[in-house]
Write a protein that binds this ligand. Structure first.
Ligand code: HEM
Ligand SMILES: *[C@@H]1O[C@H](CO)[C@@H](O)[C@H](O)[C@H]1NC(C)=O
Ligand SMILES: *[C@@H]1O[C@H](CO)[C@@H](O)[C@H](O)[C@H]1NC(C)=O
Ligand SMILES: *[C@@H]1O[C@H](CO)[C@@H](O)[C@H](O)[C@H]1NC(C)=O
Length: 323
């Protein structure tokens, strides 16, 4: 008998891990806060309308949140004297959008105090920020997430893929989050909007193998253009479009660029080094396919290790855990 009970116990424990995502549902706030999805959309659309760079910031913020401890809004927590939070981890440079989440949270707390989690607000606002350009919701978001109480800078560094990572490492890091190769390629398409800095590309332009050489996989004309934009010695402040000439439009141009070996970060270029991945890149050059796949993968990413009824809390202020 005992081994069977043990096996059942293991299955139950393993089940618990994914159970919380199953507790999410459509219109979770239907009774608790009927207007929340409208409020999130109104504020997000008005802020993204006034500042188009905000869409990329929110998208990156949500991705970083989900990859570190799951989508539990831990990235929104400010560091405290005793604890250096995810915000202060190295890749914080172009993470932004905190003010919009604060603004939404404030409004939502006025209407339905202590009902709506910061994790749900961030997930909804990200969907709406990307959707703004299209004037309609591009994918559905299930809600019911709770907020976590822990945020760690060192954990963020370990969990987030590096822009220098090769294909194998990238795929493993996505698989650790129950995302597959299609999700990896599709979600990298988020780099169709937004920016990076010359510092992260310098190695590919000037010193790829430490011998003063360029990355041979980089399109030659593009490399020449990039060296003009990022002259050596590198100016830390110079920014570059992740998707050349198309960095404010959410479209499939990123995949056309990849196909011409114009992926800017090493991690973008890495998607062309595996044959299956490269074939997915080809497929996603079709804008309809890309948008449909992107919505599907964003739903998956938005449900990574979420806290539902079992654990977590609904923060009063997205920047601090409840007392
Ligand atoms: C595949 C692994 C990924 C790596 C290695 C990576 C790395 C990076 C890096 C280094 C930057 C530039 C940051 C800076 O210059 O400070 C960046 C920007 C960005 N990333 Fe990723 N990223 C990855 C996947 C994703 C995913 C899955 C998403 C969202 C679904 C995403 C969304 C963005 C956005 C929107 C920006 C532009 C931010 C802005 O302009 O403010 N990235 N990423
Ligand atoms: C992270 O952000 C803070 C606050 O904006 C800034 O002072 C710090 O220099 C940033 N860190 C890095 C590595 O860029
Ligand atoms: C990918 O990078 C990892 C970690 O840096 C390394 O261990 C591995 O050998 C690399 N794989 C390939 C195929 O280059
Ligand atoms: C190029 O890389 C090598 C090895 O990492 C390093 O020793 C050298 O200083 C670098 N050169 C430049 C110009 O940065």
């Amino acid at each position: 008998m005992r081994p069977i009970i043990f096996v059942l116990f293991i299955i139950t424990i393993a089940g618990l891990d994914i159970c919380d995502a199953k507790k999410l549902k459509m219109n979770y706030y239907h009774k608790r806060c009927p207007s929340v999805e409208r409020i999130v959309r109104e504020i997000t659309w008005s802020r993204v309308g006034a500042d188009p760079s905000l869409a990329a910031k929110l998208l990156r913020l949500h991705y970083h949140d989900c990859f570190v401890r799951g989508c539990d809004a831990s990235i929104l927590l400010d560091s405290t004297p005793k604890n250096s939070g995810e915000k202060d981890a190295l890749p914080n440079r172009s993470v932004g959008g905190y003010e919009v989440i604060d603004e939404i949270k404030k409004k939502v707390e006025q209407l339905c105090p202590h009902q709506v989690s910061c994790a749900d607000i961030l997930t909804l606002a990200t969907r709406d920020a990307v959707s703004y350009q299209f004037g309609r919701s591009m994918w559905q978001v299930r809600t019911g997430r709770k907020d976590g109480r822990v945020s760690s800078a060192s954990e963020a560094l370990d969990s987030l893929p590096s822009p220098f990572a090769n294909f194998t490492t990238l795929l493993h890091q996505f698989q650790d989050n129950d995302l597959d190769i299609v999700d990896l390629v599709t979600l990298s398409g988020a780099h169709t909007i937004g920016i990076t800095r010359c510092t992260l590309v310098a190695r590919r332009l000037y010193n790829f193998t430490g011998k003063g050489d360029a990355d041979p996989s980089l399109n030659l004309n593009y490399a020449t253009t990039l060296r003009k934009l990022c002259p050596n010695p590198i100016n830390r402040a110079t920014i570059l479009e992740l998707d050349p000439k198309s960095s404010t439009s959410f479209d499939s141009h990123y995949f056309e660029a990849l196909n011409q070996h114009m992926g800017l970060l090493g991690s973008d270029a890495a998607l062309m080094t595996n044959s299956l991945s490269a074939s997915i890149v080809k497929k996603l050059q079709n804008p309809h396919v890309f948008l449909a796949y992107f919505g599907r993968s964003m739903k998956k990413m938005g449900e990574i290790r979420v806290l539902a009824d079992g654990g977590g809390e609904i923060r009063k202020n997205c920047r601090v855990v409840n007392a």
